[in-house]
Design a protein around this ligand. Structure first.
Ligand code: GDP
Ligand code: IMO
Ligand code: MG
Length: 429
């Protein structure tokens, strides 16, 4: 039995969904612990593509319990849309989906505020997904939020007073700043009550399910969203998301004890991408960035935005390995580099004339560092679809050995394509 936490080591979109789906085969429970529908986790099975936003990526497999934990912010509209899409594709979602009564609800007003904040001249543009994540977590922190437990029929009064208080607060802000209140609490409540009826059957005691699972020696996989560099506390603030994306977030977002975690898996891409604003030391603004973007199909799974592309930054991946306590790494999208003649890897930064290979607690240095690269001869042959390590060219293996040394953690899985099967699982040494 084991409890595994899987997280992204860069700026999200590392290919976590594909790996969670793969590992789900040997897990009984798969649980999301933070974030919301800002996530876009792609899984491709026999050429058929699925994108999970709120549902754990284990949902495609039969007989798995899928949990949306207390640390997640749930947009009911997004949830229903996702359930509908998957149901149409033949994926059944019923008792296998359990939502924590502590998870908070995203209302349309949160999405509207998110979008409005992004267009304010006085506020830094973050490049959010517009899914209402920041405003919903803010309301939770301000004790104005709507926990899922209020969606139960016997909590109707609580739901009503929470919706009224939230809308009153938003209206008073609107009145203060714009001279008029526009939100109609009654209308919002009516809509939320319709959602509540649909959601209530899924609300369950997720913490107890997990604790019983741990005691019954089941295998549990905790699925991180976003990536380490987008962590609210340890990422490139303010260009971050509004939750703790690192492995420690799994304990808070699921209510499981830190000592129950047996293994931490960190996923990284063979290069680097970032969506939205914020520092990105190895960003490629030239032709190679475009080639990687095309070859890797680097367009957001949630918003469709083009992802900024760059070389792999081992300073960042090492920081992630340390911060998360990564036991094993997964490298994805190795095949995307198949045609590249010379591959660069950032091994250190130069800042004010000094060289450093560590990120200190002041991540703001990332705004002004100059990356120091080591050059690698590309393999210029195909790794796409490889399922055995001996199918990989020598230069690709050298590239990965080098990364392991720089980061100080071992690679256990190599992903060579979108499909579930395009994967090399390495034997334990
Ligand atoms: P996530 O958010 O971490 O789950 O990652 P996304 O799904 O947003 O983005 C990863 C993209 O890369 C998806 O389109 C995946 O299907 C795709 N992908 C994952 N692994 C590989 C791989 O090894 N090779 C290639 N070419 N594509 C991959
Ligand atoms: P997955 O789970 C990549 C980014 C946004 C923006 C910042 C804040 O698919 O890896 P938010 O909407 O969360 O307030 O936006 O975080 N971001 C992601 N980038 N992958 C994600 O999720 C992301 N979720 C949020 O682009 O820069
Ligand atoms: Mg994604």
């Amino acid at each position: 039995m084991s409890v595994t936490v899987l997280i992204g080591m860069q700026w999200g979109d590392e290919g976590k969904g594909k790996i969670v789906d793969l590992l789900s085969e040997n897990n009984d429970i798969i649980a999301r612990f933070q974030g919301g529908a800002n996530a876009g986790h792609t899984v491709v099975v026999n050429g058929k593509k699925f994108v999970m936003h709120l549902l754990p990526s284990g949902i495609l497999r039969k007989d798995k319990t899928c949990i949306i934990g207390s640390g997640v912010v749930v947009d009911p509209q997004a949830l229903f849309a996702e359930i509908e899409t998957l149901s149409k594709a033949g994926v059944s979602i019923g008792k296998n989906l359990v939502i924590s009564p502590r998870a908070h609800c995203i209302l349309p007003v949160h999405k509207a505020i998110d979008v409005a904040n992004e267009s304010k001249k006085s506020q830094k543009k973050i490049g959010t997904t517009g899914k209402g994540i920041g405003p919903a977590y803010s309301d939770k922190t301000q004790r104005l939020g709507i926990p899922m437990s209020y969606m139960r029929e016997d909590n109707g009064e609580k739901l009503e007073s929470a919706v009224n208080a939230m809308i009153e607060q938003k209206n008073s802000l609107l009145e203060h700043f714009y001279g008029g209140s526009v939100l109609d609490a009654e209308g919002v409540l009516k809509e939320v009550k319709i959602w509540a009826e649909k959601i209530a059957p899924h609300i369950g005691d997720t913490r107890t399910i997990l604790l019983d699972g741990i005691n019954e020696k089941k295998n549990i996989l905790c699925e991180g969203a976003q990536g380490t560099m987008l962590d609210l506390d340890y990422g490139t603030y303010p260009f971050v998301t509004s939750s703790n994306t690192i492995a420690a977030g799994a304990c808070i977002g699921l209510g499981i004890p830190p000592r129950s975690i047996d293994k931490i898996i960190g996923v990284f891409k063979a290069y680097a991408t970032r969506v939205g604003e914020g520092p990105f030391p190895t960003e490629l603004k030239d032709g190679i960035g475009g080639i990687i973007q095309n070859e890797g199909n680097e367009f957001g799974a949630t918003t469709g935005r083009p992802r900024r592309c760059g070389w792999l930054d081992t300073v960042i991946v090492r920081y992630s390995a340390e911060l998360n306590g990564v036991d094993e790494m997964v490298i994805t999208k190795l095949d995307v580099l198949d045609k590249i003649k010379t591959i660069n890897v950032c091994v250190a930064y130069r800042i004010n004339g000094k060289k450093t290979d560590r990120i200190t607690d002041d991540v703001s240095i990332l705004d002004s560092v100059e990356p120091v690269y080591e050059e690698f001869d590309g393999w210029r042959s195909t790794t796409a679809g490889a399922t055995r390590i001996d199918q990989l060219p020598e230069n690709a293996r050298r590239y990965m050995d080098f990364i392991e040394k720089k980061v100080g953690a071992k690679i256990g899985i190599i992903s060579t394509g979108q499909d579930r099967n395009a994967t090399i699982v390495l034997e334990k040494q």
